[in-house]
Design a protein around this ligand. Structure first.
Ligand SMILES: CC(C)(COP(=O)(O)OP(=O)(O)OC[C@H]1O[C@@H](n2cnc3c(N)ncnc32)[C@H](O)[C@@H]1OP(=O)(O)O)[C@@H](O)C(=O)NCCC(=O)NCCS
Length: 338
């Protein structure tokens, strides 16, 4: 585990100055899925809470989704692309094997002064990226960091596999992290991140990397698609999310009552409800929008955060807790004062 705390006498704060999100126009409903696989709206809704997912067009790429979300965050932050010094993109569906998706986004935005890199941490990607941004900003190194979570998961989902294809959607979310001072809000004041590489079989996409290169015939043709053991992920997610929330509360000296809004990774509404019940969080403090997007991996938290900011769910002074769990295995959280 690794954590970063912005101390109360720190000269600099990592403040969320703008958020943005974007989802492709095309929608895939539960009804549509019943025509592709043996399933029902009732089964999907009861087990996952999902009704609709957004699907990228054939020529729409991860960097394009990321750039749209980023433009909206930059506009809300009232800065220009040229003010950005660092771009971190979290994704498991990158534009290419290399260069990084973040480099494509830098070019598409015209963020000429920024350096750019990707991180691969599956559904925990955005909270990992935000913790990196927090470090760079509170150290006084940068004024403006752009953090993005973006996915075109439909490109690696097997639409013949009813256990997984019902879950995932495409989209992007972004946030501008600005250097603030002691007079303003505390911003991202605690981040915690952890990994357990031994848990990789629970959720992964085997090809095409160096283990299963494109130059060799695949021993299983389905290796080009995401593989999940849903039941195992479900149980691990509930346990790890609760542990991660406890870590945040203990290290920040907070009680669960101090949290104004809980924005978890949108992996399954049942998982979120079960976690909220065990944490004794009341319904109005728990944000769920999985019904409209499905699970968008690294994009899910920033899309939800943007909806909360623009929809007035977050007020000045609120303490917001972002928590994620995903492939790797990875997990992490950020505690933010707005
Ligand atoms: C995927 C998930 C919804 C499956 O729910 P579940 O209650 O665990 O269901 P199971 O996989 O045990 O399957 C139960 C039955 O439903 C069937 N089933 C699976 N998918 C179905 C579908 N889309 N429609 C109808 N029936 C389905 C199974 O075949 C199984 O039937 P059987 O008992 O006759 O074999 C749930 O496990 C989950 O959300 N897991 C975590 C999600 C995840 O991994 N997210 C990515 C990481 S962030």
């Amino acid at each position: 585990m690794s954590s970063t705390k912005t101390s109360s006498d720190s000269a600099f704060r990592a403040v969320i100055a703008g958020t943005g999100s974007y989802a492709p126009d095309k929608q895939l409903t539960n009804e549509d899925l019943t025509k592709m696989i043996e399933t029902s709206d009732e089964w999907i809704t009861t087990r996952t809470g999902i009704k609709v997912r957004h699907i990228a067009a054939e020529n729409q790429t991860t960097a394009m989704l990321a750039t749209e979300a980023a433009k909206r965050a930059i506009q809300q932050a009232n800065i220009s692309a040229e003010d950005i010094e660092l771009i971190i993109t979290a994704t498991i569906t990158p534009e290419m094997v290399f260069p990084s998706t973040a480099c494509f986004v830098q070019d598409m935005l015209g963020a000429k002064k920024a350096w750019a890199f990707d991180i691969s941490a599956a559904c925990s990607g955005f909270v990992y990226a935000l913790s990196i941004a927090q470090n760079f900003v509170i150290n006084g190194r940068y004024d403006n960091v752009l953090v993005i979570g973006a996915e075109a998961l439909s490109k690696i989902v097997d639409y013949k596999d009813r256990k997984s294809c019902i879950l995932f959607g495409d989209g992007a979310g972004a946030a501008v992290i600005k250097r603030g001072d002691k007079k303003g809000p505390r911003g991202v004041f605690y981040s915690t991140s952890g990994s357990d590489g031994s848990g990789w079989p629970a959720i992964h996409c085997p090809a095409y990397g160096s283990r299963y290169p494109v130059s060799k015939p695949l021993e299983n043709p389905d290796y080009i698609y995401m593989q999940i053991n849903g039941r195992e992920v479900y149980q691990l997610a509930v346990r790890k999310i609760i542990e991660t929330v406890d870590d945040c509360l203990v290290n920040c000296g907070l009680s669960i009552k101090d949290i104004d809004l809980f924005i978890p990774h949108q992996m399954n509404a049942r998982i979120i409800e079960s976690v909220a019940k065990r944490l004794e969080l009341s319904d109005e403090k728990v944000f769920i929008n999985i019904d409209k997007y499905g699970n968008t991996s690294a994009a899910s938290i920033p899309i939800a955060l943007d909806e909360c900011v623009r929809g007035g769910r977050i007020k000045k002074g609120d303490i917001v807790l972002l928590v994620a769990f995903g492939g790797g295995l990875t997990w992490g959280a950020n505690v933010i004062e707005f």
